[in-house]
Design a protein around this ligand. Sequence first.
Ligand code: HEC
Length: 243
Amino acid sequence: MMSRRRRGAIVATVAASAFAVGIAGCGGDDLKGNRADLVHGKQLFVERCGACHTLARAGTRGTAGPDLDTAFAQSLQDGFGRDTVRGVVHEQILYPISRMPERIVKGQSAIDVAAYVGEVAAKPGEDEGALAAAVRRVEQRTAAAENGKLEIDADPDGQLAYVVSAATAPAGPLEIDSRNEASIPHDIALQEGTSGPDLGRGETVSNGGVSRVSVDVRPGDYTFYCTLPGHREAGMEGRLTVR
Ligand code: HEC
């Protein structure tokens, strides 16, 4: 994670450049106008950024990148406004420092995401109104194997959860299929108990791909989970009971 000192410097630099943009009045880069769509920004944040970043109001718990509430709490306390945070986030999306992938969202979408993060970073409480409704809560259900098959899909909106929290299956051959409609990659693996060795691990998939595990299970307790860094810790796991 970045040192506080380095982040302060970045915030100051961007504050200066956001000012310059304001003077130039360049339409496309106008981060100060009201044209940002926060609802769209939140949806995109959850789908494209949340797997790597924690942001409380967005309900994301990714750990590959810095926690964005913590990252901006100090700058906000130091008196930088939310417009500045917005500018820092926009800059980071377009020209990321080091290890973050470049331009995950572009143009108006980048403006929307930056505006949302700028609006809610380090802000206590919960989103309300249209923002609260922007991202559907993952409704987890239980599932039972049918004809030796179990379907345990990933949340189609890219939240770090499967749509199934617990499943049952009879002993014998079992195929687990996990469809992932989101652009964030996931897989599915099965282990004995909660920390045993993997009995099988499906391919990493996104955009409609299916991660598939074929195993022969005996009666007992198992855990299915996503092996991508940080995804299990953020909630992408569930229990399989074999009878
Ligand atoms: C694949 C993981 C990944 C994704 C996806 C990702 N980030 Fe990042 N992000 C990182 C990492 C890692 C860093 C830390 C960069 C460094 O210091 O090396 C970072 C840093 C940042 C920072 C700087 C935080 C600070 O400490 O100052 C911001 C802001 C940020 N990301 C916003 C976003 C937004 C917005 C998105 C979605 C459009 C996004 N990130 C998507 C991994 C990711």
